[in-house]
Design a protein around this ligand. Structure first.
Ligand code: ADP
Ligand code: MG
Length: 288
C-alpha cells in the first residue's frame, strides 16, 4: 500500500502546478542527479521572430509566403512562428502531400510545385546547394528549396524562458550533478544557449533517434543517481519514456509528450523542476 504522505506529496506538487502521475515518480525524482533538457520549447520559449531573409530566387515576401504555406498544418514551434511572421491566413494556395521530416523540416506540394523548408540536413538530403548569409546574426537558419533548387533562407531567433537561468541555478543548489541539453538545432545556437545557462554539456544537430541514443548512453553512465529528461515535442515522447523520469511541458507541449511523461509542468516553467524535487525529497524523508 502507498503511505499517506505520498498523497500529501502529490497534492503539494499539484498546488505548485506540477502534475505527478504516480507516487513512484516522486521517489525517483528525489534521487535524480542528472537532468537532460530539450532546447526549443523547454529552455527557450519556442516563439521565433524573423530577423533576416536572404533570397536567391523569388523575393523575401514570396519566400516567407511559401514557407508559411508548407507549414500550414505543422504544430512545430518553427511552423507556428513562420505562419505568425507571414501574418495572414495561409490560404488561396493548394497544399498537398505534406510530409514532416523529424529533426529536419517539412515538405509539401504548393500549387503543384515541390517545396522543402528546413535545416542544412534537409537541403543535403534533397541535393539543394544551400549557403548561408547570416552575417553573424544569432538564430536558426531555415532554408527553402523550390522544385529541388535552393531558393533562400529565413533567419529566426528564439529567446530563453524567463526562469531558465534560475531553473538551472536552483537544480545545482539541489545538488544536481549534471545538466545536459540535447537539440536538433545548429551548434552555434545550441552553444550560445548552453553558455548563457551554464549547462554542463550540450549536444546539437541531433535527430530524434540520436536523442534517444544519447539518453541511453547517459543512463548507462549513471552510478547511483537517477536521470530526468525534460521535453515538449512530439519527437520527445520516446526519450521521455526512456528516462528514469520524463517531465513534459503541459501548456504548450504536444499531446504525445504529455502522454509519455511521468510528470507534467502545467505552466511550462522549468523552475518547477527544482521545486518538485524539494517536495519529493521532503515527502521521502517523512516516509522513511
Ligand atoms: P529541438 O531539438 O530544438 O527541439 P527539433 O528536433 O524539433 O528541435 O528540430 C530540429 C531542427 O529541424 C530545427 O532546428 C529546424 O532546423 C528543423 N525543423 C524541424 N521541424 C521543422 C519545421 N516544421 N519547419 C522547419 N524546420 C524544422
Ligand atoms: Mg523540441
Amino acid at each position: 500500500s502507498i503511505p499517506l504522505s505520498f498523497f500529501a506529496g502529490i497534492g503539494g506538487a499539484s498546488r505548485q502546478g506540477v502534475l505527478v502521475k504516480g507516487s513512484n515518480y516522486l521517489e525517483t525524482l528525489a534521487e535524480v542527479d542528472t537532468v537532460v533538457f530539450d532546447k526549443t520549447g523547454t529552455l527557450t520559449k519556442g516563439v521565433f521572430e524573423v530577423s533576416a531573409i536572404h533570397t536567391d530566387k523569388l523575393d523575401a515576401d514570396q519566400l516567407l509566403h511559401l514557407a508559411a504555406h508548407v507549414e500550414r498544418y505543422s504544430t512545430h514551434p518553427i511552423a507556428e512562428s513562420l505562419r505568425a511572421a507571414f501574418g495572414h491566413e495561409a490560404d488561396g494556395c493548394s497544399v498537398e502531400q505534406v510530409e514532416e521530416i523529424p529533426g529536419q523540416g517539412i515538405r509539401a506540394m504548393v500549387n503543384g510545385r515541390q517545396v522543402h523548408v528546413g535545416n542544412e540536413k534537409l537541403m543535403e538530403t534533397i541535393g539543394a546547394s544551400w549557403h548561408e548569409c547570416s552575417h553573424g546574426l544569432p538564430g536558426t537558419t531555415i532554408h527553402v528549396a523550390l522544385d529541388g533548387e535552393y531558393a533562400g533562407h529565413i533567419i529566426i531567433a528564439d529567446v530563453l524562458k524567463e526562469h531558465a537561468k534560475e531553473a538551472i541555478t536552483a537544480l545545482k543548489k539541489n545538488g544536481i550533478r549534471q545538466t545536459v541539453m540535447l537539440t536538433g538545432d545548429a551548434m552555434k545556437v545550441a552553444d550560445k544557449v548552453a553558455a548563457d545557462l551554464q549547462l554542463d554539456t550540450v549536444y546539437s544537430q541531433l535527430l530524434p533517434q540520436d536523442k534517444v541514443a544519447k539518453v541511453e548512453e547517459l543512463l548507462a553512465a549513471q552510478k547511483t543517481g537517477k536521470l530526468a529528461f525534460v521535453g515538449d515535442g512530439i519527437n520527445d515522447a520516446p526519450v521521455l519514456s526512456r528516462a528514469d523520469v520524463g517531465i513534459a511541458m503541459g501548456a504548450m507541449g504536444s499531446d504525445a509528450a504529455i502522454e509519455a511523461a511521468d510528470i507534467v509542468l502545467m505552466d511550462d516553467d522549468p523552475l518547477k523542476i527544482s521545486i518538485a524535487q524539494r517536495v519529493a525529497r521532503k515527502t521521502l524523508r517523512i516516509v522513511k
